[in-house]
Design a protein around this ligand. Structure first.
Ligand SMILES: [Ca+2]
Ligand SMILES: [Ca+2]
Length: 171
């Protein structure tokens, strides 16, 4: 699985390097919920300054950091745009059942030292129904768009329609 993550990170699109000022990262996207799609989830940012040896990675308490994916530098003036695409399979591997948010970071590696440049957190909406796990769409509910904390319970159907953990009989 880890090799698949590395492979997907090879899709990094652009490079940047302009000697002098420290590297500054901005315009990180997405800013909203993460939903794996067939085409994968794209993460992007811009960077300006001395941005050699950038590393992009997902942080996960039990799985650590994605194997370092170095973003190759390329000379060029002005801010440069970077993009990383993670397949839905790889993203599902890094998003565990209990996680409510995905954290990803950009580092700069210099002679073995890593400097954290930016960290983003995105709420998770695995089934893409508009309800995040923070909203209460969790476990099986976040795998089934027919169930949502924004829906009303249908009494007696033996389904937890409103994702509160019980399928009420409503007697
Ligand atoms: Ca959801
Ligand atoms: Ca319920």
């Amino acid at each position: 699985m880890r090799s698949m993550v590395i492979w997907s990170l090879v899709t990094v699109a652009f490079w940047s390097h302009s000697a002098g000022a420290d590297c500054t990262v901005s315009h990180e996207t997405p800013t909203g919920p993460i939903t794996p799609t067939e085409n994968g989830q794209r993460f992007a940012f811009t960077a300006i300054g001395d941005c050699q040896n950038l590393v992009w990675g997902i942080s996960n308490e039990t799985r650590g950091l994605t194997s370092p994916a170095h973003v190759a530098p390329r000379t060029g003036p002005g801010p440069q745009w970077y993009s990383v695409r993670i397949t839905s399979v790889d993203l599902a591997y890094w998003i565990e059942p209990g996680m409510k948010e995905l954290e990803w970071s950009i580092y700069q590696e210099r002679r073995g030292d890593w400097t954290l440049l930016s960290t983003m957190t995105n709420e998770i909406d695995m089934d893409g129904d508009g309800a995040t796990r923070t909203d209460g769409d969790h476990l099986l509910c976040d795998a089934d768009p027919a169930r949502s904390p924004f829906f009303s319970e249908v009494c007696g159907n033996n389904i937890d329609d409103d994702c509160d953990g019980v399928s009420e009989r409503c007697e």
